[in-house]
Every structure is written in C-alpha cells, then in structure tokens.
Ligand binder design. Structure first.
Ligand code: NGO
Length: 508
C-alpha cells in the first residue's frame, strides 16, 4: 500500500474533498526540471509550497511567474481563475506533466496546496532529504468548504505557550484547512497580551499560571508575529478578552477594578466562576475600552471575542449591563463581537456571534438567538473540546463534559445538532483546547491528534462525503505523516495505528 493512500486506493486526504477521483495514467512525478509556476497574485503561496517541498525532495523547485496564456512547465502550476464556491474553493488536476491547482483567490490555492501535500508520500513532511520518487497520483479534485469558519482555540492563559508553540499549532491546523485561530488570551490565571495603557496586566498579571509556573505574555510584537504567521497560512486570529468573569489576573493587577478596591491575590488553581468585573465602576469601562481599542488595532481579522462564560459571581443585572457596553465598544472599534453562549441569555446584539459550548442538545437561548439572526459557532464541549480525556485514566485532560474518543468527535453534524440551529445559522465549527492540564507542545499534540483533523473535516467536508470507516483508514495513513512532522499523537484504540509511532512510542 502506498503510504499516502488508503486501502480503498484513493489518496488519504483529510478533510475529505467534496469530489475526488483517480484519473489513471496522469500521475505527475516531480523531477529535477520541476518548477512551481504561480499566478503573479499568488507568488506567496508558491513560496510557501516550495518551502514545504524543498527539504525532503532536495529539488530546486524555483518559483516562477505563471504565464496564464502559455502551457505551464513541468511541476506544479498555481492558477487564479474564476471558480464557483468562494475564495477557499479550489480544483486540482494532473496531466502526466503538471499538477495544476486552480482557485478564484490565493486563499483557495493555499487550501489546495494542503491537499496536494497530502497526495505526496508522507516522507515529504520530513526536514531531511530522503529518496523519492515524488509522485502525485493522477487525480481530479473539486473542493470547497461547507462552513466559512473552521476554528481551533488555544488557551494560552491557564498555561502560557511561547510564540514558537503557537506557530507550530498554526501549522498543524493549516494542514487540515482550519482558517481561524481563537486565542484565549486572558483568564483568572494570567493576562497574556501586553496592553500599553494598562501595563500591570502583564507586568504583574502574567506572572504565573496553573500550578504556579512562571507564566508569560506576548509583547505587541510577539502578537503581530503570530498574526502574521497565521495570515501567511490564511488563518485569521480571533483574540479573546474574557469578561466579566475569568478576570482574576486583571483584578490582581489593578485593585481599582475590584468591588472594594482591595487587591486580590494571583490565582494558580483550576476552579472557575469566582472573579468578576464590577458593573457600576466607571473604571471598568475605561479599562474595557482601552483594552478593546488596543486589541482591535493589533488585529486585522473581523472578530473580537469577549468571553461571557461562567460569570457565576456576577448578578444578572451586572452581566447585562457590562455585556451591552462591551458589545458597543467592540463594534465601535470596528470588530464583530463573539460571545460564549451565556451571552445569548443576555441582551445580545444581532451582530454578535454566539459560540455554543454546551453538552446537551437543549439550548433554548442559542436556538432563539439563531432565530433572531445571530450566527452560531458550534463547539459542543462533549464532542469538540480537545482538553477532554479520550478515556478514563488518561495522562492529560479533564472529563467534566465526558470522554471524547476520536469517533465521537467525528460522529455528529453541526447542521442538526441543536434542533432549530441549521446550516444557514451555523457560521462554523471550532475545537477549543483548554490548558488546565496541558503545559507543553507535546501535551497539545496528544490532545489535538487525532481529534483536531476529524473535527476539521466536520467543518469542511459535505456531510454526504463523511464516513467513519474511511476516516479511520485515512487516520492510519496520516499517522506516518504526523511522525514525520514530530507530532506525538494519542494512540486511540479505535484506529489501527502503525507500530512504533505516536505518543510514548520508541523511535521507529
Ligand atoms: C469551560 C470553561 C473554561 C474551562 C473549560 C475546561 C468554557 C467556555 N469555559 O468552557 O474556563 O477551561 O471549560 O474544559
């Protein structure tokens, strides 16, 4: 069995494309003369692709400007052309000499590049030169996303993660066509983004994390680096400033924000629901407006997440008052607010996106909001929370929402999960990774793999193309790719993994 293919003979692509068929006799083998010919408006995608392919192949793969009128040279062509299905839609075809990716926008070419990458032998992912041949099987792909928003969330507040770890996570997400990175930047245990007008948020409020470690924060330049790295991969950063609860780090840094003006200690435990901003304190709104203003100015994407979850120490009145003002401010700074679904119990603005994180299919406030026109991001905690344990006794993870095996994470549909919230209400799907128990990049790997790829498929692929037994085969094929990428995945018993691979495995 070719390592990039499943037993059924089709290439093991995740998310499964809307349409993919083998075209016999049109294989393309990349040789010494191969070039990457890119449309003048997609040279960046060409350079990215060259960066992926050069180390393992050892080929020169020069990036040249595509002449739209002439036939492309041997190798890979990235062609911009009118194509239905939106900016992320793309097609791939092979003719024995050239693999051509077509799309209406550079973004679509980038998504197509992720498919092309998965059509090549898994050894392409290594950073050392290895023997080819580098053959793309003859194929015709026509693909487009089902949902506009496919997200991952990383909690950098409970444990801080360095820029390099975040970039690594961005790369892992990009491979599966994820297009949003939600950063949970603030919580009781730490404030992780430098705010010029409120410097103690990070000077003091970032100085610890769960378990009492040193914590850390992103300077504005660090944050710009993350945003830029994501943007090169057509991933939009969604910053979250959680309020009115989950604010202990801010309250510890600025006692003027507390109810009685008395300083609170920093927090390193994992309880939730004890901290709160104060609704009738004018400083609260100065603080929020300054923070939203700075975060909005640093963030090119359209969204700003304002949290809103688990405000158990905030009265209904206070919550509503703060929510109204916060939404107004976020909009005034030019961003669309997103709130965890508790915000839908309050005075929700019609433009605010609601992120459902419940564990049952009964969420009347979310259904009502969808009925009023609010868009919904689906993150059911018992299906998409990457921080839930796979099984009892796991080294990592929580289990308050249950145990989530890889087939559980796959076996649901965002368009009928909440009765009354259908495809047209769903903006997309996001898998959050909370980090109470995860402190290292290897911990993230083990929680995210194999579940991140399967949830990415739930968000991208048409429902009719999804099938667990095919997914299981494709995961088996992807394990070797993860090994080549150094991803220490969880060896779920639901999948037949290669021997000597995954988390805890001895080197192959
Ligand atoms: C909840 C809570 C977070 C926890 C997480 C742990 C939401 C939206 N708020 O999800 O503070 O970290 O569970 O799974």
């Amino acid at each position: 069995m070719d390592d990039a293919r499943t037993q059924a003979g089709l290439p093991a692509v995740i998310p499964v494309p809307a349409e993919i068929e083998a075209i016999v006799g049109t294989d393309v083998t990349l040789g010494d003369d191969a070039v990457i010919a890119a449309d003048p408006n997609a040279v960046g995608v060409g350079e990215y692709l060259a960066g992926l392919l050069r180390p393992a192949t050892g080929l020169a793969l020069p990036v040249v400007v595509l002449d739209a009128a002439a036939p492309a040279g041997p190798g890979i062509a990235l062609r911009l052309t009118a194509l239905p299905g939106g900016d992320e839609a793309y097609g791939i075809s092979t003719d024995g000499r050239t693999v051509t990716i077509t799309a209406a926008a550079a973004e679509g070419l980038f998504r197509g590049v992720q498919t092309l990458r998965q059509l090549l032998p898994v050894t392409i992912e290594g950073r050392e030169r290895v023997a080819g041949p580098w053959t793309v099987p003859g194929v015709r792909v026509s693909d487009r996303p089902r949902f506009a928003y496919r997200g991952v969330m990383l909690d950098v507040a409970r444990h801080f993660f360095a820029v390099a770890d975040v970039e690594r996570y961005i790369d892992q997400a990009a491979l599966y066509k994820v297009n949003h990175l939600h950063l949970h930047l603030t919580d009781d245990q730490g404030w992780r983004l430098e705010i010029a007008t409120w410097p103690r948020l990070t000077a003091y409020g970032a100085g610890t994390e769960v378990g009492g470690g040193p914590g850390g924060f992103y300077t504005r330049d660090d944050y710009r680096r993350i945003v830029g790295y994501a943007a090169e991969r057509f991933i939009t950063v969604v910053p979250e400033i959680d309020l009115p609860g989950h604010t202990n780090a801010a309250l510890a840094a600025y006692p003027e924000l507390t109810r009685d003006g008395v300083a609170v200690p920093r927090y390193t435990g994992i309880e939730v629901g004890f901290s709160s901003l104060v609704a009738d304190n004018p400083r609260t709104y100065r603080f929020l407006d300054d923070v939203f203003g700075e975060v909005a100015a640093l963030t090119p994407g359209p969204y700003l997440h304002l949290g809103g979850d688990e405000a158990k120490n905030t009265t209904r009145e206070e919550y509503d008052q703060i929510l109204v003002r916060a939404q107004q401010m976020v909009r005034a700074h030019g961003k669309t607010p997103i709130g965890w679904h508790e915000a839908a119990e309050g005075p929700l603005d019609p433009s605010t996106v609601v992120q459902f994180w419940g564990t049952t299919r009964d969420a009347p406030e979310v259904v009502a909001a969808a009925g009023r026109g609010n868009r919904v991001i689906m993150s059911p905690a018992n299906l998409t929370y990457l921080d839930m344990q796979y099984a009892p006794g796991d080294r990592l993870g929580l289990h308050w929402a249950g145990y989530i095996e890889v087939d559980d994470a796959y076996g649901w549909d965002p368009g009928d999960y909440l009765p009354g919230v259908a495809d047209e209400h769903v903006l997309g799907v996001e898998s959050p990774l909370w980090t109470e128990t995860a402190a290292t990049a290897a911990d993230l790997d083990e929680l995210a793999f194999p579940r991140l790829p399967v949830i990415a498929e739930v968000g991208w692929s048409p429902r009719t193309a999804r099938d667990w037994s095919s997914m299981r085969d494709r995961l088996t094929a992807h394990a070797a790719r993860w090994d080549a990428l150094g991803i220490a995945y969880y060896r779920s018993p639901r999948v037949d993994w290669p021997v000597a691979s995954g988390a805890g495995a001895p080197p192959a």
